[in-house]
Design a protein around this ligand. Structure first.
Ligand code: ADP
Ligand code: ADP
Length: 230
């Protein structure tokens, strides 16, 4: 079952930049899918379509087999189901403390105080950031910030997690910690979509790889067929 499917989507920014051209991208439920490509290839643009932040100029996006409906109520539901972790955690972490940051999403959807506290606690535990509740996010390392940003998404209990360059700017240890965490989340049933430059990490984790260049998907398949013998 494809939880997300794009059919021939084209996206043109208001200034006329054509960032996506006829992109067909499918994500099977419960899998880890990686999107590879150089800077400016269109990775972020594609990801912003997955929770309706961007609407394709033409083409279609299906979520659980149905075309995305862009009315406000539906978009809210879509955004609960599809959590996006942005490349730069500083774009995502803005509350004075780690705890408040992770609580932000659950508060926004009006959960009870008890439920919020439970979700914050469980999410921080899940990403290995217990004990950091009172810290200001800007005091954390890059890898720790990433993990708090992931906790904030987990606290929304999404079905799908989309991560833009989750390992960028991290040292090899931090990068493999994040990938291991994503692998564990996936083992527990989360569908994961990542973009990355880190070709070395992809074959270890992803079941499907797409390569994007100048807004076009130029290759797709399992990592072995896409990269040759790895
Ligand atoms: P990637 O994530 O692979 O680095 P992006 O999706 O950010 O690529 O960018 C794809 C193309 O769209 C690039 O040519 C980029 O310069 C352009 N682009 C991205 N954001 C905007 C924007 N807000 N306005 C105009 N062009 C943009
Ligand atoms: P990424 O590699 O994650 O796409 P970028 O450095 O390409 O990051 O983009 C950073 C921000 O600048 C994004 O919000 C993107 O939409 C915007 N941006 C990128 N290219 C352009 C552009 N040509 N015109 C306007 N905004 C752009």
């Amino acid at each position: 079952m494809n939880v997300i499917e794009t059919q021939d989507i084209v996206y043109e920014y208001p200034d006329g930049t054509k960032a996506l051209e006829n992109v067909n991208f499918k994500v099977d439920e419960g899998k880890i899918v990686a999107l590879l490509g150089p800077n400016g290839a269109g990775k972020s643009t594609l990801f912003l379509h997955f929770n309706g932040i961007l609407k394709p100029s033409s083409g279609k996006i299906l979520f659980n087999g149905s075309p995305v409906d862009y009315n406000k109520k539906n978009l809210m539901k879509l955004r609960q189901n599809v959590g996006i972790v942005f490349q730069n955690p500083d774009d995502q972490l803005f509350a004075p403390t780690v705890m408040e940051d992770v609580a932000f999403g659950p508060m926004n959807i009006g959960l009870s105080k008890e439920e919020i506290e439970k979700r914050v606690k469980d999410s921080l535990k899940r990403v290995g950031m217990e004990g950091f509740e009172k810290k200001p996010p800007h005091h954390l390392s890059g890898g720790q910030k990433k993990r708090v940003a992931i906790a904030g998404i987990l606290a929304m209990d999404p079905k799908i997690m989309v991560l833009d360059e989750p390992t960028s700017g991290l040292d090899p240890k931090g990068a493999s910690q994040i990938m291991r965490l994503l692998y564990e989340l996936n083992e527990d049933g989360m569908t994961i979509i990542i973009s990355t430059h880190d070709v070395d990490l992809v074959p270890l984790y992803a079941s499907t790889v797409y390569i994007i260049s100048h807004g076009n998907i130029i290759k797709e398949g399992n990592p072995r067929t896409v990269f040759g013998d790895v």
